[in-house]
Design a protein around this ligand. Structure first.
Ligand code: ADP
Ligand code: 5GP
Length: 198
């Protein structure tokens, strides 16, 4: 596991604890969110970065917990002000990672997980080469479609866009430090846990 320092050399001495930045990526519907929620339950000390999005909340999603839900205008203002560590457009909506919370948590020595799509993951890997990146794969494309449909929270159009993007994302899996197939849930969860805490 690699370590990321967001401190300049001059300030590192004053603040020795340095955490880890972990990227969890993979196609929509593969189970990233479900895996993350279980992981945070097992390890409350893990910091899950809550993203900003212009997507509408799904039933049951809570502003500030699942996402910060904002308008396109508000999102563009965050981008212009440099407040996002990375951002991308995905299936017709913007998604981004608030910079300050992540930097502060890593500086305080925490393990911080970013659950983000491919373009954002590439941006983070380019800016922070020491981040540890995990790509979650589905057992098959038909199982991926089944999971997206089973979630029953996306329109037909959104499902089609997500499946189209999934093929592009999966073909980039080799770029990442670790690939995990989310077939049996507990096995996948244990493998992620070992990679982050092992
Ligand atoms: P993502 O965050 O990657 O878009 P979700 O976490 O929302 O995906 O999961 C999509 C659906 O797949 C959910 O209904 C979830 O319960 C289900 N799921 C997750 N992991 C598994 C698994 N290993 N086997 C079967 N279903 C799963
Ligand atoms: P969903 O709409 O299903 O919640 O998310 C769609 C995709 O956006 C998922 O692959 C999810 O990982 C990704 N995503 C969520 N937050 C962010 C973020 O802050 N930045 C980027 N680049 N992608 C994100």
């Amino acid at each position: 596991m690699q370590v990321i320092s967001t401190k300049s050399a001059a300030t590192t001495k004053e603040c020795p604890p340095v955490g880890k930045l972990i990227i969890l990526t993979g196609p929509s519907g593969v189970g990233k969110g479900t895996l993350m929620r279980s992981l945070v339950q097992r390890h409350p000390e893990l910091h899950y970065s809550v993203s900003v999005t212009t997507r509408s909340p799904r039933p049951g999603e809570i502003d500030g917990k699942d996402y910060y839900f904002v308008s396109r205008r508000e999102f563009e203002q965050l981008v212009a002000a440099g407040e996002l560590l990375e951002w991308a457009e995905f299936a017709g909506n913007y998604y981004g990672t608030p910079r300050e919370a992540v930097i502060n948590q890593v500086r305080s020595g925490k393990r911080v997980v970013l659950e983000i799509e491919l373009k954002g993951a590439r941006q983070i890997r380019a800016s922070y080469p020491s981040a540890f990146s995990i790509f979650i794969l589905p057992p098959s494309m038909s199982e991926l479609e089944k999971r997206i449909r089973g979630r029953a929270q996306d329109s037909e159009e959104a499902i089609a866009r997500r499946l189209h993007r999934a093929e592009e994302e999966i073909s980039a899996a080799d770029e990442f430090d670790l690939k995990i197939v989310n077939d049996d849930f507990e096995t996948a969860l244990n493998t992620i846990e070992a990679a982050i805490f092992g």
